[in-house]
Ligand binder design. Structure first.
Ligand code: 6PG
Length: 239
């Protein structure tokens, strides 16, 4: 597996613009369906808003794009903390993506049942229940990183870090709200894992991740294809 590619930008806006350009280009180069897993939190919001602007949106064949999520908070779909709600408000409600191409993680009912249901959604889309490294599930898996080194809803020391077969699991007692997250096998099933990280608060954790500190969940993310880091200068380790 190739070593990660890192691009450092002077500020968040440049990072977001470069990421948008990269995505437009990658979608254009990819024939047929394009599967992207979105991340939640605040970092990707300006990227989603930029993708929704007419100059960029018109360059994306939205009918070929399928949107998934790397994780979700177990809160109602209209709750301010719901990741899918943020993406709908910033991007998906402003572009002509077919509703059937939006595959949100269910958040009603028991989290474990919702995780199992989402796993079935992914497997139905993939067409198999076993991941083949030569045929990644996602074209792009967009990830962020918390200042504790978590990614998706894989938190330091959590038992879900050791999940090696399930694609989607529930995560209790790590945050105030229960979460649902893709596991490392599912996160890795991607042509490209693209991390977007910005802000000085992330630099200590990012320094440890880049030093290979496996105590930080983001350090353990691999990809069948490539891992790319898009950083703003304030987050970048002393590279
Ligand atoms: C979530 C995200 C999570 C996020 C990091 C960084 O549901 O919160 O998926 O993994 O990427 O917490 O969040 P910020 O971008 O807000 O710093």
């Amino acid at each position: 597996m190739a070593s990660p590619t890192t691009r450092i930008f002077d500020n968040r806006q440049q990072m977001v613009e470069a990421c948008a350009a990269w995505l437009v280009n990658r979608i254009a180069q990819t024939p047929g369906r394009f599967a992207i897993a979105l991340s939640g939190g605040s970092t990707p919001k300006p990227l989603y808003a930029l993708l929704a602007t007419p100059d960029i949106s018109r360059r994306i064949p939205w009918d070929r794009v399928h949107v998934f999520w790397g994780d979700e908070r177990c809160v109602p779909a209209d709750h301010p903390d719901n990741n899918a709600r943020m993406a709908r408000e910033a991007l998906l409600s402003h572009v002509p993506i077919p509703p059937a191409n939006i595959h949100a993680i269910p958040t009603e009912g028991e989290p474990e049942a919702a995780a199992a249901a989402y796993q079935r959604t992914l497997q139905d889309f993939y067409g198999a229940s076993t991941l083949d490294p030569s045929r990644p599930l996602f074209d792009v898996n967009l990830l962020g990183m918390g200042d504790d080194g978590h990614t998706a809803s894989l938190f330091p020391g959590a038992p879900q870090l050791d999940e090696a077969s399930a694609w989607v699991v529930a995560v209790r007692n790590q945050k105030p709200e229960t979460r649902i997250t893709l596991t490392y096998p599912a996160l890795a099933s991607a042509r490209t894992v693209l991390f977007m990280v910005e802000g000085a608060a992330k630099q200590p954790a990012l320094t440890r991740v880049f030093a290979g500190d496996s105590a930080l969940p983001a350090a353990r993310v691999h990809a069948d294809g490539e891992v790319i880091w898009y950083l703003d200068r304030s987050a970048a380790p002393g590279l």
